[in-house]
Ligand binder design. Sequence first.
Ligand code: SF4
Ligand code: SF4
Ligand code: SF4
Length: 176
Amino acid sequence: MNFEASVGFLGNLLAPQFEVERDFFRPPGAYSELDFLTSCSRCGLCKEHCPENMIKLFSFSDGAQLLNTPYINPNESHCTFCNECINVCPTGALNHAGLTPIGLAIINKNTCLTFKEVMCDYCVYSCPVQGAITLVNGKPEINKNFCNGCGACVTNCISDEKGIYISTKVQLERSM
Ligand code: SF4
Ligand code: SF4
Ligand code: SF4
């Protein structure tokens, strides 16, 4: 096996593992975690240009592999999918062709108010994606095919403990 073929072979083996282990969110437009790690130059331009100020960079304490690479947390603030981070990325680590959902919203039946017989639909009306979340028999339901993981529903949920959250794991299952 020549060098290029063996790198490709190793990449094929490692890529799913990197995805399974990833427990954080990359900004929109990132391909698989292995592709991202090998193409991001750690320049921080995406962080500088995010109008929502939601992109952070991993620090030294997170390990050399992640150091200075960007991440977001749609459970804390929501991504508008303005794509500024993609537009300024000089290496294509974030790119329009890689634009897939950043996560998937999950209803927490223990904390969503509708499961305590309270009428509520704040998440439904805050969602910018038609059909991603609907009320079914008075309770919110997520459509996996439409939800992009933006986090607007989490930001706008009125339950103190948040009745909805964005998961990376389900997104990984969906993309494999
Ligand atoms: S798409 Fe816009 S809001 Fe979302 S992370 Fe990129 S720059 Fe920030
Ligand atoms: S349900 Fe709507 S608001 Fe919530 S993450 Fe999905 S697309 Fe965004
Ligand atoms: S806004 Fe929160 S509490 Fe209200 S229905 Fe949505 S997830 Fe449940």
